[in-house]
Design a protein around this ligand. Structure first.
Ligand SMILES: Cc1cc2nc3c(=O)[nH]c(=O)nc-3n(C[C@H](O)[C@H](O)[C@H](O)COP(=O)(O)OP(=O)(O)OC[C@H]3O[C@@H](n4cnc5c(N)ncnc54)[C@H](O)[C@@H]3O)c2cc1C
Length: 492
C-alpha cells in the first residue's frame, strides 16, 4: 500500500513541473504516469518568457537556452511569394531576462524537468496507471496498475490531476468541462523540407483557402508543420503520410519537397475549461483544467504556470507552514487567466483557419503587412511581447492580494525584472520560500496570512536606485511570494 500526502496523476510537462516545485520545498509526494517515460514527440514548441523565468528559479533556464533557439522573425508567404517579414528579435528588451520568442520542443522540456527531479533525489513511477479512484474520509484512494499485471492500492490526502485533456481526475470529480470542439481537423508533422529559402524564423503560408505554419526545428531543413487537414483525408485517425505530403507540396505555393518525416498526427482543436480547478482536496492542473488551440503557443506554458502556482501552496500545507485555506487561491488565481486564454486563442485560431471571405482577405491582404509594420515600433513590440509571454499575468484580485502598493506595482503582480550595473532583480528570488526585501534599512514587517521559509535581503545602493526606477518604494519592505509574485508592499 502506498500512503502519500500528495498523489500527482500524470507526468507530462505539468505534472513534472509540479513535482519539481514540491521537491523545492521537500514536500513528500508520488507522481505516476502510464507512459513508459517522457514523451518522444515534439508537441508544444514555444517556451514563453515567464516559463524561462520559472526555469531560472529552478536553476535550469541556462540548459533550456542552450538546448533551444530564438525565433527571430516570421516570413509570410502569400500565394507563392514572400510578401512580408516581421522581425521579432529581442521584442521584450528590458521586460524580462528572456526577451525573445523561444523554441524548445515539449520532449526536451519534459526531459529537462525530469533531470531536475532526479537531481533532487526524486523519480516518476512510469508505466503505472491510476484506476478505481474513490473518495474517503481521509482523502482519496485507488489502485496503481502496472503492465506486468500487478497492482498496488494507494491512499493520499491530496489528489492532483495532471492527466491531460482526457483527465481521469476531472471525470472522477464529474467536473463540467464546458466549451466546444472545432469542426475542422488539423495536422501536425515533423518534416525535412527542401525549400529554396534560407531557414530562419517561422514561415507562415497563406493562400486563399489554406493556412500552413512551419516552425524551424534543430537540424538542417527540419521543420514542424501545422495546418488544416485537407478534405482528401477522410479518416483523421488513420491516413498514410503520402496524402499529407502531397497536400503540403502542392499547396505551399513554392517549389518544395518533403524528404523525410519523423512524426505526424491529426487532431481536433477544443476550447474548453473546467468549472473549477479544485473540488474538495482534488485539483485540476494543465490540460486537465483547460484546453485551447495551439495559436500563440500557450498550452504547455499555462500548465507549467498552474503547477508553479499550486506547488508552493500544497507544499506549505503538507509541510505544516500554511493553512489549508491557502489552497483556495489556486483556482481563484489561475482560472480567470484560463478563461481569457481559451477565448482569445479560439478567436485567433478561427481567424487563421476560417474559410469566410473576410477572414481570407484579412489573412492575405492585411495581417502580414500590419504585423511586420507594427513590429517596427517600440511600444507595439512591447505590447506584443507582454501579450504572449505570460509575464503580465497578475493576481491582483486574489484573496491573497491585499491591495498594497502603488498604481504601477501592486500586491499580486509579477515581481518586475530590472538590472543594474552588476546584478538583476531575479537574483533575489532564487531561494525557496518568501523573500523579504528591506529597502534602506527598513524595519521588518509582519504580513498577516503568510508564514514559512523566509529569506531577507537588504537592498541599498545601485540596486535600490534601479528598484525605485522600476516602481518599487525606495524605503520600506516588499514581500515576494514563492512564485515570484508580490505579496505585500509597505512603503516606508
Ligand atoms: C499533436 C499536438 C500538438 C501540440 N502542439 C502544441 C503547440 O504547438 N503549442 C502548445 O503550447 N501546445 C501544444 N500542444 C498542447 C500541449 O502539448 C499540451 O498543452 C501539454 O502537453 C499539456 O501538458 P499536461 O502535462 O497538462 O498534459 P499531457 O501532456 O497530456 O500529459 C498528461 C499525462 O497524464 C498521463 N495520464 C493520463 N491518464 C493517466 C492515468 N489514468 N494514469 C496515469 N497516467 C495518466 C498521460 O500518459 C500523460 O503523460 C499540442 C498537443 C498535441 C497533442
Amino acid at each position: 500500500m502506498i500512503n502519500t500526502p500528495i498523489l500527482v496523476l500524470g507526468a507530462g510537462p505539468t505534472g513534472l513541473m509540479l513535482s519539481a516545485q514540491l521537491h523545492r520545498y521537500g514536500a513528500p509526494h508520488v507522481i505516476v504516469d502510464r507512459k513508459p517515460g517522457v514523451t518522444d514527440v515534439s508537441k508544444a514548441l514555444a517556451v514563453q518568457a515567464r516559463t524561462l523565468e520559472q526555469y531560472h528559479q529552478l536553476g535550469i533556464a541556462e540548459t533550456a537556452i542552450e538546448d533551444g533557439f530564438m525565433a527571430a522573425s516570421a516570413r509570410f508567404i502569400i500565394n507563392g511569394r514572400v510578401r512580408a517579414t516581421a522581425q521579432f528579435g529581442e521584442i521584450g528588451a528590458g521586460l524580462s531576462p528572456y526577451p525573445f520568442l523561444f523554441i524548445l520542443e515539449q520532449s526536451r522540456n519534459e526531459a529537462l524537468l525530469l533531470d531536475h527531479i532526479t537531481s533532487r533525489g526524486g523519480s516518476v513511477q512510469w508505466s503505472t496507471e491510476v484506476a478505481d479512484l474513490q473518495r474517503n474520509s481521509e482523502g482519496y484512494a485507488g489502485t496503481l496498475k502496472r503492465p506486468d499485471g500487478t497492482s498496488e492500492p494507494f491512499r493520499c490526502r491530496y489528489l492532483v490531476g495532471c492527466g491531460g485533456a482526457s483527465s481521469p481526475v476531472r471525470h472522477f470529480l464529474n467536473m463540467p468541462f464546458r466549451g466546444a470542439t472545432n469542426e475542422q481537423s488539423f495536422f501536425v508533422a515533423d518534416i525535412n523540407l527542401d525549400l529554396d529559402l534560407e531557414k530562419h524564423g517561422l514561415l507562415l503560408v497563406f493562400n486563399h483557402s489554406d493556412f500552413f505554419a512551419f516552425f524551424p526545428m534543430p537540424g538542417r531543413n527540419h521543420y514542424r508543420a501545422i495546418g488544416v487537414l485537407p478534405p482528401s483525408i477522410a479518416n483523421p485517425d488513420d491516413f498514410p503520410f503520402d496524402l499529407l505530403k502531397a497536400h503540403i507540396e502542392e499547396n505551399l505555393g513554392l517549389p518544395a519537397k518533403i524528404t523525410h518525416h519523423s512524426w505526424y498526427s491529426a487532431y481536433r482543436v477544443h476550447h474548453r475549461i473546467a468549472d473549477s480547478f479544485r473540488a474538495e482536496d482534488a485539483f485540476l492542473v494543465g490540460d486537465a483544467a483547460h484546453i485551447h488551440s495551439p495559436a500563440g503557443g500557450q498550452g504547455m506554458n499555462t500548465g507549467l504556470g498552474d503547477a508553479v502556482n499550486l506547488g508552493w501552496k500544497l507544499a506549505g500545507v503538507v509541510n505544516g507552514w500554511a493553512s489549508p485555506g491557502l489552497l483556495n487561491s489556486y483556482s481563484e488565481e489561475r482560472r480567470p487567466f484560463g478563461v481569457r486564454l481559451v477565448h482569445t486563442t479560439d478567436r485567433a485560431f478561427t481567424m487563421l483557419v476560417s474559410i469566410s471571405p473576410i477572414a481570407q482577405f484579412i489573412r492575405t491582404h492585411i495581417l502580414p503587412y500590419w504585423l511586420s509594420m507594427v513590429l517596427r515600433f517600440h511600444k507595439t513590440r512591447r505590447l506584443m511581447f507582454k501579450t504572449i509571454s505570460q509575464t503580465v499575468i497578475d493576481y491582483r484580485k486574489s484573496s491573497l492580494s491585499d491591495g498594497s502598493g502603488s498604481r504601477s506595482i501592486r500586491s499580486g503582480d509579477r515581481f518586475p525584472w530590472f538590472e543594474w550595473d552588476g546584478g538583476n532583480s531575479f537574483e533575489w528570488l532564487t531561494d525557496a520560500g518568501y523573500i523579504v526585501l528591506r529597502f534602506d534599512g527598513a524595519e521588518a514587517c509582519d504580513v498577516p496570512g503568510w508564514t514559512g521559509p523566509v529569506t531577507t535581503i537588504e537592498v541599498a545602493g545601485k540596486s535600490a536606485v534601479a528598484a525605485a526606477k522600476a516602481g518599487l518604494p525606495n524605503r520600506g519592505v516588499v514581500v515576494v511570494r514563492p512564485d515570484m509574485h508580490v505579496a505585500h508592499i509597505l512603503a516606508g
